[in-house]
Design a protein around this ligand. Structure first.
Ligand code: AMP
Length: 283
């Protein structure tokens, strides 16, 4: 496994692999890796001859009062986890390598970014779309792997790839959870033991919604309200949103057609830590 920090090195290694006839798989991350990230890498490993992972805490996707400065970082540990998959190439650039000054261009996806996390994190998805389009241009992979845990991110990136005719396949990987149901996240380390216990309310509210739909309930506004009440009843939790939306448009749904799908999505704050989770509801 090779570790590089420049765009030129990534381009030359990827070009070499492509000349050798290998499929290029790419897994973008912000590091502080966990089993969720590793699942993306393993899927890439199964499908591609050459696997590239990027580790870059992207400043442009954090708001001014968000956790960019204190976001957890541990490159040494991350590299040993990448080596365990194993992946072929790790790209760990500096902020200056990705955003040389002056940096003046942004990629903005409308509509899909106004709801859910877009409403409470203005500018977040513009930062995501910008860095992902840059990384896709740098690596030019055949397939890029993203976690369904960030369902809105997947929808935004799919739309961007379609709209900009980017020649890459986007593959979404199911959410990896702790044994008690908490979705794995680099931000889980921020939680106190009490908040960690209280954070189970995210997956519990999603399971409640899934259970009601499985029993034939199609009153999505009532189910949404029950999710909100469940989260509000947890003293350490502060509800950001609990919504049931169309998985493609991300607009709120009133009812679930037979055979259709809905996305139940929640965001909850515990002190300064904001966690998200989601689940697909099957009609
Ligand atoms: P991050 O480092 O948080 O930006 O995440 C990098 C990639 O890993 C994104 O595509 C995430 O959606 C994905 N990811 C994060 N957590 C999980 C998880 N628990 N299960 C599956 N994928 C995940």
């Amino acid at each position: 496994m090779l570790v590089v920090s420049t765009i030129a090195e990534v381009r030359s290694r990827v070009a070499e692999a492509r000349r050798a006839g290998q499929r290029i798989g790419f897994v973008p991350t912000m590091g502080y890796l966990h089993e969720g990230h590793l699942m993306l890498m393993r899927q890439a490993r199964q499908e591609c001859g050459f696997v590239l992972v990027s580790i870059f805490v992207n400043p442009t996707q954090f708001g001014p009062n968000e956790d960019f400065a204190r976001y957890p970082r541990d490159l040494e540990r991350d590299l040993s986890l990448c080596g365990s998959v194993p992946v072929d190439l790790v790209f760990a650039p500096s902020v200056e390598e990705i955003y040389p000054q002056p940096y003046l261009t942004r990629v903005s996806v409308s509509l899909l970014t106004t709801t859910l996390c877009g409403a409470s994190r203005p500018g977040h998805f513009e930062g995501v779309a910008t860095v992902v389009s840059k990384l896709l241009n740098i690596a030019q992979p055949d397939t890029a792997y993203f976690g369904q845990k960030d369902a809105q991110q997947v929808a935004v990136i799919r739309q961007m790839v379609t709209d900009l005719n980017l020649p890459v396949k986007i593959s979404a990987v199911p959410t990896v959870r702790e044994p008690d149901g908490l979705a794995m996240s680099s931000r889980n380390v921020y939680l106190t033991p009490e908040q960690r216990q209280a954070a189970l309310v995210l997956s519990r509210s999603l399971h409640m919604a899934g259970g009601r739909v499985a029993r034939g309930d199609r009153d999505l506004p009532a189910i949404r309200q029950a999710m909100q009440e469940m989260i509000r009843s947890e003293p350490l939790a502060e509800l950001d949103y609990a919504e049931i939306v169309d998985p493609r448009t991300l607009q709120p749904l009133q009812t679930l057609p037979q055979g259709g799908q809905a996305l139940a999505a929640v965001a909850v704050r515990f002190g300064r830590t904001r966690l998200i989770d989601n689940m697909t509801l099957q009609g």
